[in-house]
Design a binder for this molecule. Structure first.
Ligand SMILES: Nc1nc2c(ncn2[C@@H]2O[C@H](COP(=O)(O)OP(=O)(O)OP(=O)(O)O)[C@@H](O)[C@H]2O)c(=O)[nH]1
Ligand SMILES: [Mg+2]
Length: 253
């Protein structure tokens, strides 16, 4: 890992051979590697800097191994992820069953992680529609149910690949802005005279079960001091925390 600051931790999940590595290769290097299939071992990391409006966002992408042999390892990589791209092969129905398995895991273990379902290898359907084994409308219904977004991509032609990752970054920017506004509204109401507030850009299990909402005006400063080391260490795991002096509130947003 490069030590580069990452704004959004993204994890690629899905059965082996569905095309996770190819998707990352297309997005990051704009290429499609031909030749014998090489399964990923463990996981690979790559960072990509991109723009959303006038903001720069760095995606840190963890490409996991799909083989069930590495299942326990993949669990390590989705921890703290803000986005998961759960892939299935449009020509392989069993891969969609595996995608559902990962969705269930994420729902149970990483509540704050936004899920993107990605049906891969759409070029194969362009060649022969009869090869489709996963119905678009069925998946759309499923996606609506779990509040996920759905994309059908081809790493071979590049179809919808940029759009997928762009959406991940855009969602991050709008959720972060929403959370900053909420934090600021709370701070103004709760702590008009305090000198600092902490906000986080990812849903966080607050240490000890308390939260800034529950900390009264006088205890705010103490709360910040008490939990700062936890927050900072959480930040280094992929979440972002900021400690802002109140007088610099014009920097919100
Ligand atoms: N036609 C076509 N083939 C693809 C596409 N994406 C991937 N493939 C092929 O599918 C095979 C598997 O692709 P990978 O990207 O290595 O799959 P993976 O999900 O990373 O597999 P694991 O690392 O084992 O989990 C390779 O032979 C790719 O060339 C695509 O969009 N279209
Ligand atoms: Mg791979």
């Amino acid at each position: 890992m490069s030590g580069q600051r990452v704004d959004v931790k993204v994890v690629m999940l899905g059965k082996e051979y569905v095309g996770k590595t190819s998707l990352v290769e297309r997005y990051v290097h704009d290429r499609f590697l031909v030749g014998p299939y090489q399964n990923t071992i463990g996981a690979a990391f790559v960072a990509k800097v991109m723009s959303v409006g006038d903001r720069t966002v760095t995606l840190g992408i963890w490409d996991t191994a799909g083989s069930e042999r590495y299942e326990a390892m993949s669990r390590i990589y989705y921890r703290g992820a803000k986005a998961a791209i759960v892939c299935y092969d449009l020509t392989d129905s069993s891969s969609f069953e595996r995608a559902k398995f990962w969705v269930k895991e994420l729902r149970n273990q990483e509540e704050g992680c936004q899920i993107y379902l990605c049906g891969t290898k759409s070029d194969l359907l362009e060649e022969d529609r009869r090869r489709r084994r996963v119905d678009f409308h069925d998946v759309q219904d499923y996606a609506d149910n779990i509040k996920a977004q759905l994309f059908e991509t081809s790493s071979k032609t590049g179809q919808s690949v940029d759009e997928l990752f762009q959406k991940v970054a855009e969602d991050y920017v709008s959720v972060a802005a929403f959370q900053r506004t909420r934090a600021w509204t709370w701070a103004r109401r709760q702590t008009p005279t305090s000198t600092a507030v902490v906000i986080t850009e990812s849903p966080l299990t607050w240490p000890g079960g308390d939260s800034p909402r529950e900390a009264g005006p006088s205890s705010c400063r103490a709360w910040v001091i008490k939990h700062l080391s936890y927050l900072v260490s959480h930040g280094s795991r992929g979440g972002t925390c900021l400690c802002w002096p109140m007088e610099r509130r014009q920097h919100w947003g």
